[in-house]
Ligand binder design. Structure first.
Ligand SMILES: [Zn+2]
Ligand SMILES: [Zn+2]
Length: 279
């Protein structure tokens, strides 16, 4: 599988000179399975650049879109995804909840209050394939899990036929106040042995307790989950909009040093636009 990051920012796009190396687009990650099937995880503003690449490549197979939840940073790029303006495109939404299915049939981004082109006027063929359990797509099986996030969010595990897997868990608060939707133990079992855990790491200990309950994790919590799951690698993802390039460099250095001490076989990465990982 090849994983490519097109958007790594949480909450809101952050263009400008202080974020130019890691990038300012909101979350969007592309997977290419062993059989070249294209899976898109989230439709933040990063999906615009992905669309350009798919058009350049003349990609003709169906494009499979998984959206973790409907917060704007995960959906606002879709109207700017070039392939939906081509009649040769087939785009398949894969909602896992009733609200996700409603969102796939009538995406709010295309409401006339927000965008000039109607969803029903898009030239592409767009389908919704709702599912509640494991689901085969191309050469992979996709499973999902509920995350700890206000309003709910869905995490995914994509297990390819060649035995490799990735887990995509954002937005997720590993230590939420009040009721826990899914415990760290269950998330570790869900992610067990994965080649690549892509996890929300929006916060630092200095952000707490002010941002507790906002639905995101502290970097150290995400690292510990990767260790407990015996993941081979972690990508720290969904960066805080106020985290500049220098702060993300520091997070990368600290994460690598933590792994040296506590999880020697764990590779650590900080998500940045253009990062490609072959698993
Ligand atoms: Zn988000
Ligand atoms: Zn969210």
């Amino acid at each position: 599988m090849r994983v490519r990051f097109y958007g790594v920012r949480g909450s809101i796009p952050t263009p400008g000179p202080s974020t130019v190396r890691y990038g300012g687009n909101t979350v969007c990650v592309e997977l290419r399975l062993a059989d070249d099937t294209c899976i898109v995880l989230d439709a933040g503003t990063g999906i615009r650049e992905l669309g350009k690449q798919l058009v350049l490549e003349d990609y003709k197979k169906p494009i499979h879109l998984f959206i973790t939840h409907g917060h704007w940073d995960h959906i606002m790029g879709l109207p700017f995804f070039g392939p939906v303006y081509s009649k040769d495109t087939t785009l398949i939404f894969h909602p896992t909840t009733e609200s996700g299915l409603a969102g796939a049939r009538d995406p709010i981004m295309f409401a006339s209050a927000h965008f000039p082109v109607k969803f029903t006027d898009l030239p592409a063929r767009i389908d919704a394939d709702a599912h509640h359990g494991d689901h085969r797509i191309g050469s992979a099986v996709v499973s999902h899990i509920n995350l700890n996030h206000p309003g709910g969010a869905t995490g995914f595990r994509i297990q390819d036929a060649d035995g490799t897997s990735i887990c995509y868990l954002t937005d997720n608060e590993l230590d939420p106040p009040g009721d826990v939707t899914t415990t760290v133990d269950v998330l570790a079992r869900f992610s067990a042995g994965t080649n690549l855990l892509i996890h929300d790491a929006q916060y630092l200990p200095s952000d707490m307790p002010a941002k507790r309950g906002w639905g995101h994790s502290v970097v150290g919590e995400a690292l510990r989950l990767a260790r407990d799951a015996e993941a081979r690698a972690i990508v720290l993802h969904h960066h805080d909009p106020d985290r500049d390039d220098a702060a993300l460099d520091e997070i990368g250095v600290d994460a690598a040093s933590w792994a040296q001490r506590h999880a020697r076989s764990l590779a650590t990465h900080v998500a940045r636009e253009g990062l490609i990982i072959d698993v």
